[in-house]
Design a protein around this ligand. Structure first.
Ligand code: FE
Length: 275
């Protein structure tokens, strides 16, 4: 049975043009294979206030965007273009390089509105860091939902309550958005050795007697399952993946294994050959 190994507090920062995100105070090596966990908002924009991330590069990992409220538009150097609305997921494997923009839709910019979602960075093993970039867009209507007594779960990647995602991940990843009513229980199976964590963003849950409040990231011990009890109406993410036991060299939007590879990424970007 998995228990809570440690709890990492979160803090709220303003990114880029004033984009509000809440993120764990420590990530990276701590929670391999995840490099970053950003809760975007919730923020209620007025007309003309919504901001996003204009054109920027990535290399060496994956960015996964999941929206719960609001609308975003993405466009990239490979000619992909799409719109994300609530419940949609964009799984982007940057691999050897992509340049993209992630912005609120024109409508959202003009009219404003509630924005709430997640962007998670998933690391790639050294042998896959320079793979060909790819996109997987999963619309809310195609996204598998698992349900049991007082439990609703969107299975973005991996499996929950016997329901499986169709998303193709490079390394085995579990990514589940769970809503639980007060008093409900959820038993989630895992492969014993995978690193697993819970990020609570509403209410309060309990794991093996340990209470986890809104805004906490709990790293779990290894084991084949976890039992989660909701002590309030709650929402949280279940994330799991393998330990990538390799050095991390990180500079802004590039995540490689060595400093030389980072220098190469910067040079390739300057020379216009990153993507
Ligand atoms: Fe990006």
């Amino acid at each position: 049975m998995r228990a809570v190994k440690s709890v990492v507090p979160t803090h709220t920062v303003l990114e880029g043009g004033g984009f509000k995100v809440r993120r764990p105070a420590a990530m990276g090596m701590l929670m391999s294979p995840f490099l970053l966990l950003d809760e975007m908002g919730p923020v209620d924009y007025g007309p003309g206030e919504a901001v996003g991330a204009p054109w920027h590069p990535h290399r060496g990992f994956e960015t996964v965007t999941y929206l719960m409220h609001g609308e975003m538009e993405h466009e990239d150097s490979a000619g992909n273009k799409g719109k994300l609305t609530p419940g949609d997921v964009q799984w982007m494997t940057a691999g050897k390089g992509i340049i993209h923009s992630e912005l609120p839709t024109e409508k959202m910019m003009q009219e404003g509105g509630l924005m709430h979602g997640f962007q998670i960075w998933v690391n790639l093993p050294a042998k896959d860091k320079m793979m060909a970039p790819r996109y997987q867009d999963i619309m809310a209507s195609e996204s598998p939902i698992a349900q049991s007594d007082g439990v609703w779960a969107r299975v973005v990647a991996g499996e929950c309550l016997g329901v499986e995602s169709s998303i193709d991940t490079v390394i085995p990843i579990t990514y589940v958005h769970v809503k639980m009513e007060k008093g409900a229980d959820l038993l989630k199976d895992f492969e014993v050795d995978l690193n697993a964590m819970l990020y609570v963003f509403k209410g309060e849950i309990k794991v093996e007697g340990k209470k986890l409040k809104d805004g906490s990231l709990a790293l779990l011990t290894n084991g084949s399952q976890v039992v989660i009890n909701a002590t309030k109406d709650s929402e949280f993410l279940i994330l799991a993946g393998p330990e990538i036991n390799e050095p991390i060299a990180r500079y802004g939007p590039f995540v490689m294994n060595t400093r030389e590879e980072i220098m190469q990424a910067i040079e390739d970007y300057r020379n216009g050959i990153l993507a």
